[in-house]
Design a protein around this ligand. Structure first.
Ligand SMILES: Nc1ncnc2c1ncn2[C@@H]1O[C@H](COP(=O)(O)OP(=O)(O)OP(=O)(O)O)[C@@H](O)[C@H]1O
Ligand SMILES: [Mg+2]
Length: 267
């Protein structure tokens, strides 16, 4: 189900970091795309290729040096004002002196969307930590803290969820569980997700499309479509179709490791 009216369109996005006394860094060069409403997009690429930079442009934390990003025809600043952009990072960034329930409610409170006690309880239940609502962050495992961070983002009732390596610090099996939880929750609401990961398997498993990025200058070199029905993926995580998609992503990553202007230096 797509709704072009809420499409996210990037046109020739460039981002140059200017640093006094140092060479400017071309973090993004000529990045263009159209993302349909409700799509799950992963960004994958080696360290320094501009994934976080692009995510910050989505979240209106950075303005592109040139080019334009629009969300449903509007600048991202409008959505940020309406607080419909949720964010999640590698670290859960929960406030240690607040309970899990209060942490989940926090951003909603700040945004003036004041989730009720019942709403907070149901969000905690949704991410599988209903029993820990009165616990403090240090009493939870890393995976459970990320669940709380996911519930906190959902309390904003976002249209777009930006996730920067949210499961990168988790062990493989916990990460797989979190992938399944995320898909389950996302399937119920179908907001647009932009998900940064270093894991090829995770990107293939979760996404409708995977944007493969390359560094120096940071750019999108491939848009790999994962045309495998959601219902089949959980049962076939290591099946032939997902493996083929993972191989395609891997191929783009490896062939773009080198700078475009030198044929021999992989560094
Ligand atoms: N505030 C900044 N000032 C100057 N350069 C920056 C700044 N932030 C990022 N960069 C540079 O821009 C490039 C892209 O950085 P970015 O953080 O977007 O990469 P990334 O793909 O998210 O990397 P990682 O996988 O390590 O998180 C890098 O070369 C980085 O050093
Ligand atoms: Mg990053």
């Amino acid at each position: 189900m797509s709704d072009r009216s809420q499409a996210i369109i990037g046109r020739n996005l460039n981002l140059v970091y200017e640093r006094p006394g140092a060479e400017p860094v071309a973090a993004l060069q000529d990045v263009s795309f159209t993302i349909e409403d409700g799509q799950f997009i992963s960004l994958i690429g080696p360290s320094g290729c501009g994934k976080t930079t692009l995510l910050k442009i989505f979240g209106d934390l950075l303005a592109p040096t040139s080019g334009e990003l629009t969300i449903g025809g509007s600048a991202p600043s409008l959505l940020r004002q309406r607080r419909v952009i949720g964010q999640m990072f590698q670290d859960a960034t929960l406030l240690p002196w607040k309970t899990i329930g209060d942490n989940i409610a926090l951003l909603g409170d700040i945004a003036g969307k004041k989730p009720t006690r019942e709403e907070v309880a149901s969000l905690a239940e949704m991410v599988g930590i209903g029993r820990f609502i009165d616990s403090y962050p240090h009493e939870l495992s890393g995976g459970m803290r990320q669940r709380a961070a996911l519930a906190r983002a959902y309390a904003l009732k976002p249209r777009i969820l930006l996730m920067d390596e949210p499961f990168g610090a988790l062990d493989e099996i916990t990460r797989e569980q979190m992938n399944d939880e995320l898909v389950r929750i996302w399937s119920g609401s179908r907001l647009t997700v932009i998900f940064v990961t270093h894991s090829i398997a995770e990107a293939a498993y979760l996404s409708d499309r995977v944007f493969v990025m390359a560094p120096r200058p940071g750019r999108v070199v491939a848009d790999v479509r994962i045309d495998i029905p959601r219902e089949r993926r959980a049962a076939e995580r290591f099946g032939a179709e997902l493996t083929r998609c993972a191989e395609e992503i891997h191929h783009h990553l490896v062939t773009n490791m080198r700078k475009p202007d030198d044929g021999h230096d992989a560094d």
